[in-house]
Design a protein. Structure first.
Length: 331
């Protein structure tokens, strides 16, 4: 039996074989929809427009407090993993030289629920000693799921905050940082990064962000997961086998990507990509992109769950096993 399902993700190399149809999940005729993360996440969390969707880990955690309203369940697939020290920026005249200098400063964020922001806030607090309650936070959009946040955090909308379903590029956040209205900003968008490195008024927060990220990994063994893959419960109830078959397809897509990346002639415009691949393998080891609930991924998830709880996004610290389709726990 073959069923028709839709999948929304982006066209990153690790999912490209699946998104292009080169890899096909067994028993599923898959229609793929390429959508950029902020808009994709909102379309799924608010409207469930897709049967299967790559989604924000933080928003997924927030949704677990009301699973009847948010009727979907994740599988332990992590298509996006990234360190976030290099996505923290500051204005050149902000008088900031250390993370603890952010106390009392105006810091821009996409939203409180943005996964990248949860990670870097947690890291700044745990590893650099920043008290998150001393920062003035300015968000550019409301949360996709929208937990009731504790009053102990000073969070206000930036001018021009986008509510409803608006999730355009962070023009207001970028302009506020470059103009000096914000002292610092944390943002995962490529446009923001490019604007900062090309600017004379803003700069990367850390002088050597790669060194900071490598040291963080050496200290913790954590390669931070950003996204998981969620499947609508209606699909899972009608076809329980879908979860494992989709999991296997994502694994096959990842492995096909890694096989291609091993070639020095891999088709990329990054001249030294083959050398960067070797450096990454030496730094992160062979299992930094593990799927499934392994010792490594459990540790990563527990850390993120703790950060999300500390920051008021979830009412309790979930066990990782609670978050995923039961049939995939041993995949």
């Amino acid at each position: 039996m073959t069923i028709e399902l839709s999948l929304s993700s982006y066209i990153g190399d690790i999912v490209r074989p699946l998104m292009t149809g080169e890899i096909e999940p067994e028993g599923i005729d898959l229609t793929t929809i390429i959508e950029y993360p902020p808009k994709r996440h909102r379309r799924f969390f608010r409207h469930e427009e897709f049967d299967i969707c790559e989604v924000s880990l933080a928003s997924y955690l927030s949704s677990r407090s009301d699973p009847d309203k948010h009727a979907f369940t994740a599988i332990p697939v992590f298509p996006e993993k990234k360190f976030r020290h290099s996505f923290l920026f500051k204005h050149v005249h902000s008088d900031i030289s250390d993370p603890t200098d952010l106390a009392g400063k105006k810091v821009g964020i996409q939203s409180w629920e943005t996964t990248a922001n949860v990670w870097i806030r947690g890291i700044l607090q745990e590893y650099y000693g920043l008290d998150l309650e001393t920062v003035q936070w300015f968000r550019r959009k409301d949360d996709d799921v929208g937990a009731s946040l504790p009053d102990r955090f000073d969070i206000a909308p930036i001018a021009g905050e986008q509510g409803g379903d608006a999730v355009e590029e962070p023009l207001d956040l970028k302009q506020a940082l470059l103009s000096g209205d914000l002292d610092a900003a944390m943002d995962p968008a490529g446009e923001m990064f490019n604007a900062v490195v090309e600017s004379e008024t803003a700069e990367l927060f850390f002088d050597e962000p790669i060194a900071e990220e490598k040291q963080y990994y050496a200290d913790t063994g954590i390669h931070p997961p950003m996204h998981v893959v969620a499947i609508r419960d209606e699909v899972l109830e009608a076809h329980p086998w879908v979860a494992v078959n989709v999991f296997d397809a994502f694994v096959d897509s990842r492995d096909r990507c890694f096989e291609r990346n091993r070639s020095p002639s891999a088709k990329t415009s990054l001249t030294w990509s083959h050398l960067h691949r070797v450096d990454q393998a030496e730094t992160l080891g062979p299992h930094a992109w593990e799927y499934g609930l392994t010792e490594r991924t459990r540790q990563e998830l527990r850390t993120f769950i703790r950060y999300a709880h500390d920051q008021g996004l979830i009412p309790r610290q979930y066990d990782p096993e609670e978050l995923f389709v039961e049939s995939t726990l041993d995949c």
